[in-house]
Design a protein around this ligand. Structure first.
Ligand SMILES: [Zn+2]
Ligand SMILES: [Zn+2]
Length: 345
């Protein structure tokens, strides 16, 4: 089968790999019908997070079960499924409490040895461990593209808003208007936010935020705090979501939140440490929430929002490429020339 492999910083290559085979009774083999390139993949692409040469990338996929091990109860051959980027065991202390993002046996697709050595889904086939707890049925009425992002970025955006405790009438600021940031903004509105601000430096991303119904703020041209303070009688935003994953974005988020407000962080931080103005946070009684998304804890809710037409995840797709064109997809995404790249095996 064809698979997109990591070859070193800024080098990915489509290579021929053996088709995976069922190894454990709870495995399922999925023929991938639609995949995507995620911002997390860029951490490897940039060499910011180490990965073994030749590792198969990717963790967003919709597909059809080709074969299921004898222990798989929920799915059989021919079933159309959405994959979570997290494979969770379903049985440990955390899984029993529906905290699948804290599963003690958690593995992440396509993220190398450090994240469980689980080959990724930018391939014609992907082997899915603990299939009953790692896959969910793709709703019949939804296209691959509509259902795909429930397994990662849309649910991450929703989780960010949920963890931030967005309530009806809130003023919400989202730092970052990439795919997760846009979905966080849409989710805030679904949860009843009265005003949602999208903050970024890239004009095309700000235009996408505006298209999604948010009020765009170019942080390169003005201080986002001016608009947010003015809109809130100088209090600050009720909830601020950090959807970038760097110190400057976090610093902006902490500055924009009102006293006793919440900052919800889902941006992926790969640095060992970043500075926190703890004195300010203490005096402001700011709550810090977020972390790696509990996809399996929220994806049913998210899929039902898509089915109801309350969120249109396809609006962020800018490019649909074949698997062979994946290297170009990485280049476009890296250069901010693509909002979201879909890969069709
Ligand atoms: Zn991802
Ligand atoms: Zn578990």
């Amino acid at each position: 089968m064809k698979a997109v492999t990591f070859q070193g910083p800024r080098a990915v290559r489509v290579e021929e790999r053996p088709k995976p085979r069922i190894q454990e009774a709870d495995d399922a083999l999925v023929r991938v019908t639609t995949g995507a390139i995620c911002g997390t993949d860029l951490h490897f692409y940039h060499g910011r997070t180490p990965m073994e040469e030749g590792f198969v990338l990717g963790h967003e996929f919709v597909g059809v079960i080709e074969e299921a091990g004898g222990g798989v109860k929920r799915f059989g051959p021919g079933d159309r499924v959405v994959g979570s980027f997290i494979s969770a065991c379903g049985h440990c202390w955390y899984c029993r409490r529906n905290l699948r993002n804290k599963c003690t046996g958690m593995r992440i697709f396509g993220c190398g040895f450090a994240f469980g050595d689980l080959p990724g889904s930018q391939a014609e086939y992907v082997l899915v461990p603990s299939a009953d707890f790692t896959l969910t049925p793709a709703p019949i009425g939804l296209s691959d593209e509509q259902a795909l992002f429930a397994g990662d970025i849309l649910t991450t955006g929703y989780y960010c808003a949920h963890e931030g405790g967005v309530r009806p009438g809130d003023v919400v600021a989202v730092v970052g208007c990439g795919p997760v940031g846009l979905f966080a903004q849409m989710s805030a509105r679904v949860l009843g936010a009265a005003a949602v601000y999208g903050i970024d430096l890239v004009p095309a991303r700000l235009a996408a935020a505006q298209q999604a119904g948010s009020r765009p703020i170019n942080a390169g041209e003005c201080d986002p705090a001016d608009a947010i303070l003015e809109a809130t009688d100088w209090r600050g935003a009720d909830v601020v979501m950090e959807c970038v994953g760097n110190e400057a974005a976090l610093e902006t988020a902490l500055r924009l939140v009102r006293p006793a407000g919440t900052v919800s962080v889902v941006g992926v931080f790969v640095e060992d440490r970043v500075g926190l103005p703890l004195g300010d946070l203490w005096i402001k009684n700011v709550s810090l929430k977020g972390g790696i998304c509990n996809v399996q804890g929220h994806w049913e809710q998210v899929l039902s929002l898509i089915e109801q037409g309350r969120i249109d995840p396809t609006s962020i797709i800018s490019h649909t490429l074949s698997l062979d064109e994946a290297p170009r997809g990485y280049e476009l995404f890296d250069a901010h020339e693509a909002t979201k790249v879909i890969l069709k095996p």
